[in-house]
Design a protein around this ligand. Structure first.
Ligand SMILES: [Mg+2]
Length: 300
């Protein structure tokens, strides 16, 4: 009803929809370095929020932006706004308010998004059932590899390195896939902290177990060139990929594949939901892999 310019934005809820709300903060030194391209940072600040809407199957509507910056630099702000606006326009997500303040330390960027989903159709972490198939969109581990490349901890061919750094700095929120999965998937989460960490949330909240087949985990050509040990760590624990991890009954397989086509992204079946209460990764001989516990910790 009313956007930017007054003390509040005004929204008119409709009777047959639920609102989906989410907020995420990016902090300098933790989630990004001061040297990052500001246009990429604008993109990412909104993308991580849209990814949460995607994980619920919600359609983006509008967002609020709170910026705390050490100094006002018009060139930086212009580039930041360009990256932010381009992604917002792509998803019809309108800026309805915000705030800018000075930060005595590093920059922080907080975005709050609002989306809508038809009543009863939101995808939750708690809906997985034993026997469901476990699916993952795209490939995982590329953002962790991109970070390692930036920090000189890994090497890759120039074209592959560009792709991985792009995945780290400009993730693609799987909004269309999430929407297409509304009446198909039983549960969903976006992969922000690593496949195993995020699958752990589905397992805990659905009170189920899960078996992941290592050989089925989708890995990019760049990641497949890396040594086996880091490949495994980044695939299972690498964060910041913003793919969707979801479950669906086995008989919905064709509908999952059709949703993936509408979502414009490949999906892979990576395992099965069990009733064991345990989360295991199996090798080709169905032996349990020691997957370690190190979760993704950004720049720490
Ligand atoms: Mg999330």
């Amino acid at each position: 009803v009313l956007g930017v310019g007054d003390d509040c934005a005004l929204l008119a809820p409709s009777a047959d929809e639920h609102w989906a709300l989410s907020t995420d903060t990016l902090t300098e030194g933790v989630h990004f370095l001061p040297t990052v391209d500001p246009a990429a940072l604008g993109h990412k600040a909104l993308a991580v929020n849209l990814s949460d809407l995607a994980a619920c199957g919600a359609s983006p509507r509008c967002y609020l932006l709170a910026l705390a910056l050490p100094r006002i630099d018009e060139g930086w702000l212009g580039a930041f706004a360009t990256g932010l606006n381009a992604l917002a326009e792509l998803h019809d997500c309108v800026l309805v308010g915000g705030d800018t303040t000075r930060s005595p330390v590093g920059a922080t960027i907080t975005i709050t998004v609002l989306g809508t989903v038809p009543k009863g159709q939101a995808l939750l972490r708690s809906g997985a059932r034993p026997g469901d198939q476990l699916w993952l969109s795209g490939t995982v581990g590329d953002a962790a590899l991109g970070l390692a490349l930036q920090q000189g901890r890994a090497q890759a061919a120039p074209e592959q390195a560009r792709t991985c750094i792009e995945r780290l700095e400009r993730p693609t929120p799987r909004v269309a896939l999430g929407r297409a999965l509304r009446t198909v998937a039983t549960s969903a989460i976006d992969v922000s902290d690593g496949v195993l960490g995020d699958l752990g949330h589905i397992v805990a909240q659905s009170q189920v177990g899960a078996e992941v087949e290592w050989a089925r985990l989708p890995r990019s050509p760049a990641l497949q060139q890396q040594p086996e040990g880091v490949q495994q760590r980044w695939t299972l624990h690498g964060g910041d990929d913003y793919e969707l991890l979801f479950t669906a009954a086995p008989e919905r397989r064709e509908e999952v594949e059709s949703a993936a086509r509408r979502g414009g992204v490949q999906v892979s079946r990576i395992g099965t939901i069990t009733s064991t209460g345990r989360l295991v990764v199996l090798d080709a001989d169905r032996r349990s892999l020691d997957t370690g516990t190190s979760a993704y910790e950004h720049f720490r």
